[in-house]
Design a protein around this ligand. Structure first.
Ligand SMILES: Cc1cc2nc3c(=O)[nH]c(=O)nc-3n(C[C@H](O)[C@H](O)[C@H](O)COP(=O)(O)OP(=O)(O)OC[C@H]3O[C@@H](n4cnc5c(N)ncnc54)[C@H](O)[C@@H]3O)c2cc1C
Ligand SMILES: *[C@@H]1O[C@H](CO)[C@@H](O)[C@H](O)[C@H]1NC(C)=O
Ligand SMILES: *[C@@H]1O[C@H](CO)[C@@H](O)[C@H](O)[C@H]1NC(C)=O
Ligand SMILES: *[C@@H]1O[C@H](CO)[C@@H](O)[C@H](O)[C@H]1NC(C)=O
Length: 512
């Protein structure tokens, strides 16, 4: 423990939260307590890694390099029993605990979102099995591996996000949107049961019929109620689709505003409800001449052919005009997964074969509801921003609009309180994402991205916009986060938190 003691001296100076949790004045006494915490982990047969040890620096590197939180300890349990033992040590010694699945939280919350936590990394919990239409998925799996496994074992599929390296733990725990989600729901909606370690160190099963309150909370607000170690899910028969993309490279800001309004009407036209098999997006990002911006409508139509796609899209294309580029690509299921992953072949879905990339970025979001769609003043302001400051900015930005709703959507049809996910009324999400080169300060980059959302919101002041927790905004206090992510569920979530985690063992800055 001597080597560790030296590292601990560094730790107390950098870790305000750990110091605050241990109200003992002498450094020696604090060291003793921290020593005891480490002893607890070691006695449980775990291998804690702390600052100063060779693996520490690389093990705590988050996906979002804007953050550099320093956990007191990071460890890699081999199974659920290990997870339970680690949680017990954290609870006993007052060290806050966080799970890490894929580590892709935009705010690096798997590392606590502040210094001094215990990060339990689930990398070793990568078991996968499928029986008929039911899959059992260890919480350390990444989406690419899950998709590949399901495909290779019975041509099964689920709706989930596009990036192969995103972890199932954070993704399913907090929603999890994919292009097929209008047909199959969010990833959280496809979960039928979880195994979860709660703050008392108990290993529990939670489902609609067992610990139903815990299940409800952990499928939508998954970071706050325990460490999910395993998901049981429904799967679907993998289906073929047509991927499509219509780009309008010659639009100006006014055309783009009209285009967005047309897209929005098309998305929820009561006279022409869109098939749930249609996954629909709109992308705006820096592009080539003449405007410097690319505006494109894209997506995938599952279980459909090109003729059916053409017929479905015709009313929208009639309003958008002639695209400067069109791609229509009939593809099998796994090709479609690869297409969205930007991977050339199936090895790109196996995340154990190549390391993950990182980014230095800020992102935030808006849900536009069916009840209060955007009006022309806000779409005008948004597009003016993209086609104005957006063209000149050094920030590497992109905007994605994802269709969630429309009358036939599975996301919508589950009802407002199906699980903790609190935006069943969403027509679509907008994600605003910006990578900052070293020439742009974090403060300036964040201001540039927030300016997009402000342009929209300031021109529609009566609407209270919800936001998407998986695009977690690192700048929010707990109170703001709850209003944006859980406006109608905060009270219920707080009560469930009080029941299962009264001491706030599982904690980040946006906790209940
Ligand atoms: C490149 C990229 C593409 C993305 N694409 C999409 C997309 O298409 N659709 C979409 O909906 N989202 C998308 N996202 C957002 C993504 O869903 C979230 O970032 C997600 O929370 C990441 O999960 P993770 O397990 O990788 O992250 P982590 O950082 O490991 O976890 C995120 C949060 O969940 C907690 N957590 C993790 N595992 C568990 C567990 N087992 N039990 C309890 N709590 C846990 C963590 O403590 C943390 O608070 C994308 C993100 C990136 C970076
Ligand atoms: C697979 O599912 C069937 C039907 O639900 C069940 O009877 C069987 O025991 C399961 N097999 C395994 C290996 O779990
Ligand atoms: C990924 O590759 C490794 C090494 O070849 C292999 O053991 C593993 O089963 C693969 N994973 C999937 C999901 O195919
Ligand atoms: C579908 O529309 C494209 C133009 O967008 C056209 O080139 C193609 O021939 C059409 N295909 C069918 C089968 O209608």
């Amino acid at each position: 423990m001597r080597a560790f003691f030296i590292s601990f001296l560094v730790l107390v100076t950098t870790s305000s939260s750990f110091a605050a949790l241990v109200p003992i004045s002498s450094l020696q006494a604090r060291a003793t307590r921290y020593d005891s915490f480490l002893d607890c982990l070691e006695h449980a047969g775990l291998f804690p890694i702390w600052e100063g040890q060779p693996a520490y620096a690389s093990d705590i590197a988050p996906f979002n390099l804007r953050f550099s939180w320093k956990p007191a300890v990071i460890l890699y349990p081999k199974d659920t029993t290990d997870v339970a033992a680690a949680v017990k040590c954290g609870a006993t010694y007052g060290v806050k605990v966080n799970a890490r699945s894929g580590g892709h939280s935009y705010a690096a919350f798997a590392l606590g979102g502040e210094n001094g936590h215990l990060t339990i990394s689930l990398d070793n919990l990568r078991h996968l099995s499928v029986n008929g239409s039911t899959a059992t998925i260890g919480a350390g799996n990444r989406l690419g591996d899950v998709a590949l496994y399901l495909w290779n074992n019975g041509k099964r599929a689920m709706a989930h996000g596009t990036c192969p390296y995103v972890g199932i733990g954070g993704h399913a725990g907090q929603g999890g949107f994919g292009i097929p989600s209008r047909a199959w729901g969010l990833l959280a909606d496809q979960v039928t049961s979880i195994q979860i370690v709660t703050a008392d160190g108990a290993i529990r099963t939670a489902s609609k019929t067992q610990n139903a309150d815990l299940f409800w909370a952990a499928t939508g607000a998954g970071a706050y109620f325990g460490i999910i170690t395993q998901f049981t899910t429904v799967t679907h028969k993998a289906v073929d689709s047509v991927a499509f993309s219509y780009t309008f490279g010659n639009y100006g800001a006014e055309d783009a505003s009209r285009g967005l309004l047309a897209w929005q009407r098309f998305a929820n036209d009561p006279k022409r409800p869109l098939d749930a098999n249609l996954g629909l997006q709109l992308h705006v990002n820096p592009g080539g001449p003449p405007s410097g911006i690319s505006f494109s409508v894209s997506g995938s139509y599952y279980s459909a052919d090109v003729a059916k796609l053409n017929a479905t899209m015709a009313p929208l294309l009639a309003e958008l005009g002639k695209p400067t580029a069109t791609t229509l690509q009939p593809q099998g299921w796994i090709t479609s997964v690869l297409y969205y992953a930007g991977a050339p072949d199936v090895s790109g879905l196996n995340t154990t074969l190549a390391p993950d990339a990182h980014d230095h970025f800020y992102a935030t979001s808006t849900f536009v509801s069916e009840r209060e769609p955007l009006g022309k003043p806000s779409t005008d302001a948004l597009m003016k921003y993209f086609y104005g400051p957006g063209v000149k900015s050094e920030v590497g930005w992109f905007i994605i609009f994802d269709l969630y709703g429309g009358q036939k959507s599975a996301i919508r049809s589950l009802g407002a309180d199906y699980n903790a996910f609190d935006a069943r009324d969403a027509l679509y999400s907008i994600q605003y994402y910006g990578s900052f080169p070293c020439t742009v300060s974090d403060a300036d980059g964040i201001k540039f991205i927030q300016g997009m959302k402000a342009a929209l919101e300031q021109n529609q002041p009566k609407t209270v916009f919800k936001e998407y927790v998986n695009y977690i905004d690192s700048t929010y206090s707990a109170a703001v986060a709850h209003k944006k992510y859980y406006p109608t569920h905060t009270e219920r979530l707080t009560a469930i938190k009080n029941k299962y985690d009264p001491e706030r063992v599982f904690h980040n800055p946006q906790d209940f």
